[in-house]
Design a binder for this molecule. Structure first.
Ligand code: HMG
Ligand code: MG
Length: 295
C-alpha cells in the first residue's frame, strides 16, 4: 500500500541554490522561502552554516536566517561541524542537519575528511544539538553511485547509516547525489537498511530522470518523507554530474494523482518557481512547472 500523507522536505533554498554561479541576493532568498511557506510547504531547508569559501552562495546565512525565522514552518539548516552549529544556534535554529558520505571520494571532496573522520566531526555536533532539544537530520550522500567510485556497495551505505543513528540523529536522508539510482536499487537498499521506516527520508536528484520512479518505490516501501526542490533547482558543487533534485512540483503532481495528501497548493508553488526562474534568468527544468505555466 501507499501512505495517506507525505511530508515534503523542501530543499530548493539550500540544495537548489548552493550551486548557482551568480550570487542570489539575500532578499530574493528570503522571498523564495516565504513564498514556499505560503504554498503550504512546512519543512523548508533554509541555508548552510558551512565554510563560506566552500559554498560562497550561502555565505549570507547570518543575514538570511533572521529574515525568515518568524515563519510558522520548520527551517532546518546544514551544519558540518561545531563552528557551523555555533553559528546556527546563535540564531535560534531549531533543526540542523549533518551530512555524511558513503564513499571516501566524496567525503574528501565535500568535507576534506575521510568517512570516519567526518563521522567523528559530527559526533559532538549531534550530541550538543540533542542536549539543546534541537532536531538532527543525518544526510548520507552517494548511497547508490559515486562519480569516482561507481556503484556503491549496500553494506558500505548501511554501515554509515547505522553510525549516524547511533550518534543520535533523529532521522536519515538517503541521498542519490548524482541521480543514478533506479527503483530496484532503492528497494534493495531499503530492504537491507534495518532502520524504522519513519526515520528514513529519501533525497533523489533527477540526472537520469529516475527520481519519481525511485520515490514511488520508496513510498511503496513505507517511506513518508521525501526531499524535493521547487522547480527542480540544484546540484552539488562537490559532485560533478549532479543535477537538480526531484522537482517539488513533479512530486506533488504524482502524489495528488495518487490521492496522497501533502498540504501543498500546486498553483502557488508553480508561480513561485516561475518567479524564481525569472530571478535566475532561465526556465525551470521541471516538466510540471512547464506544463502548468507558459514558460
Ligand atoms: P576544512 O578546510 O577542512 O576546514 O573544511 P577546517 O576544519 O580545517 O577549518 C579551517 C577554517 O575554516 C578555520 O578557520 C575554521 O574556523 C573555518 P581558521 O581557524 O583557519 O581561521 N571554518 C568555518 N567557518 C565558518 N563556518 C564553518 C566553518 N568550519 C570551519 N562551519 C569544512 C571543512 C567541513 C568546513 C568544509 O569542507 C565545508 O564547509 N564543507 C561544506 C561543503 C558543502 O556544504 N557541500 C554541500 C552540502 S552536501 C550536499 O549537497 C549533499 C546533500 O544534498 C545530499 C545529497 O544530495 O547526497 C546534503
Ligand atoms: Mg542533494
Amino acid at each position: 500500500g501507499l501512505p495517506a500523507r507525505v511530508r515534503i522536505h523542501e530543499v530548493g533554498a539550500r540544495d537548489g541554490l548552493q550551486n548557482e554561479k551568480s550570487t542570489v541576493p539575500t532578499e530574493v532568498k528570503a522571498e523564495f522561502v516565504r513564498r514556499l511557506a505560503d504554498a503550504g510547504l512546512t519543512t523548508i531547508e533554509a541555508t548552510s552554516f558551512v565554510h563560506p569559501k566552500w559554498v560562497p552562495q550561502l555565505a549570507d546565512a547570518e543575514q538570511l536566517f533572521p529574515q525568515i525565522s518568524d515563519l510558522p514552518v520548520d527551517l532546518p539548516v546544514l551544519v558540518p561541524n561545531e563552528r557551523g552549529l555555533d553559528r546556527a544556534l546563535a540564531l535560534g535554529a531549531g533543526r540542523v542537519a549533518v551530512f555524511a558520505s558513503a564513499t571516501e571520494s566524496f567525503a574528501k571532496a565535500n568535507l576534506n575528511r575521510t568517512v570516519d573522520e567526518a563521522l567523528a566531526m559530527f559526533e559532538p555536533v549531534v550530541a550538543r544539538a540533542k542536549s539543546q532539544q534541537v532536531h538532527v537530520r543525518g544526510y548520507l550522500s552517494m548511497c547508490f553511485g559515486d562519480p569516482w567510485e561507481g556503484a556503491v556497495p549496500i553494506p558500505q551505505v548501511v554501515r554509515v547509516c547505522r553510525a549516524l543513528l547511533d550518534m543520535g540523529c533523529d532521522e536519515l536522508s538517503l541521498g542519490d547525489t548524482i541521480g543514478v539510482a533506479t527503483p530496484g536499487h532503492v528497494r534493495a537498499l531499503l530492504t537491507d537498511l534495518d532502520v524504522p521506516v519513519e526515520k528514513v527520508g529519501v533525497h533523489f536528484h533527477d540526472t537520469y530522470g529516475q527520481a519519481l520512479a525511485n520515490t514511488l518505490a520508496a513510498l511503496q516501501y513505507g517511506v513518508t518523507t521525501v526531499d524535493a526542490s521547487a522547480g527542480g533547482l540544484g546540484g552539488c558543487p562537490y559532485a560533478k554530474s549532479a543535477t537538480g533534485n526531484l522537482a517539488t512540483e513533479d512530486l506533488v503532481w504524482m502524489l495528488q494523482g495518487l490521492g496522497i495528501d501533502t498540504g501543498v497548493d500546486l498553483g502557488r508553488l508553480v508561480a513561485t518557481s516561475v518567479w524564481m526562474a525569472e530571478q535566475l534568468g532561465r526556465p525551470s527544468p521541471s516538466r510540471t512547472v512547464r506544463a502548468l505555466s507558459h514558460q
